[in-house]
Design a protein. Structure first.
Lengths: 115, 112
């Protein structure tokens, strides 16, 4: 089974500082990896995805993610955090089940950006 | 604009009642999914459907039922057999399962 893990329940960062939200994966074959963000009482919004190609993927709202095959990681990054980035972040991977691909999510990491 | 609409946004249920959560999409996506979200537990898959008139149980299907009579619609019924239904429910869709997923804005169900 394909899976992702988010080792941190919460990340705290000061506004203007760089931020990193960690994700590691366990995937056979070439991975498809996603990051989503969730604001309170809302659905998940797509940030970015890695399918193949450059290891640095750029996404929405200034976020980027670095795919590292040797470390099986797909960490989400932003050079300068904003208070409005405070939200819940999910890493995801499609897990093969029978003939279907089922989106499987990490437990989520709460990002808190302090003014 | 294309998207997924979940309704209602808030729902209150008395113990012993069945309630149905609506999920409608106009993205022409084949696959649809229902997730339950509880604090600190991430998203847990309830049911999914890859095609009309077919659906599969997810990890926590007990106490829930679904139907997929139209491509656009994937309603979820929370039955009285679900012992702890208070949660945030999210519906999602995708074009093929690996291309990314679009989510609705969720329904918060509370048992009173």
């Amino acid at each position: 089974a394909q899976s992702v893990a988010q080792p941190e329940d919460q990340v705290n960062v000061a506004e203007g500082n760089p931020l990193t939200v960690k994700c590691t994966y366990s995937v056979s074959g070439n991975p498809y990896l996603f990051w989503y963000v969730q604001y309170p009482n809302r659905g998940l919004q797509f940030l970015l995805k890695y399918i193949t190609g450059d290891n640095l993927v750029k996404g929405s709202y200034g976020f980027e993610a670095e795919f590292n095959k040797s470390q099986t990681s797909f960490h989400l990054k932003k050079p300068s955090a904003l208070v409005s980035d405070s939200a819940l972040y999910f890493c995801a991977v499609p897990d093969r089940s029978g003939g279907s691909y089922i989106p499987t999510f990490g437990r989520g990491t709460s990002l808190i950006v302090h003014p | 604009d294309g998207g997924i609409t979940q309704s209602p946004k808030y729902l209150f249920r008395k113990e012993g009642q069945n309630v149905t959560l609506s999920c409608e999409q106009n993205l022409n996506h084949d696959a649809m999914y229902w997730y339950r979200q509880d604090p600190g537990q991430g998203l847990r898959l309830i049911y999914y459907s890859q095609i009309v008139n077919d659906f599969q149980k997810g990890d926590i299907a007990e106490g829930y039922s679904v139907s997929r009579e139209k491509k656009e619609s994937f309603p979820l019924t929370v039955t009285s057999a679900q012992k702890n239904p208070t949660a945030f429910y999210l519906c999602a869709s995708s074009i093929g399962g690996r291309g990314g997923y679009t989510f609705g804005s969720g329904t918060r169900l509370t048992v009173v």
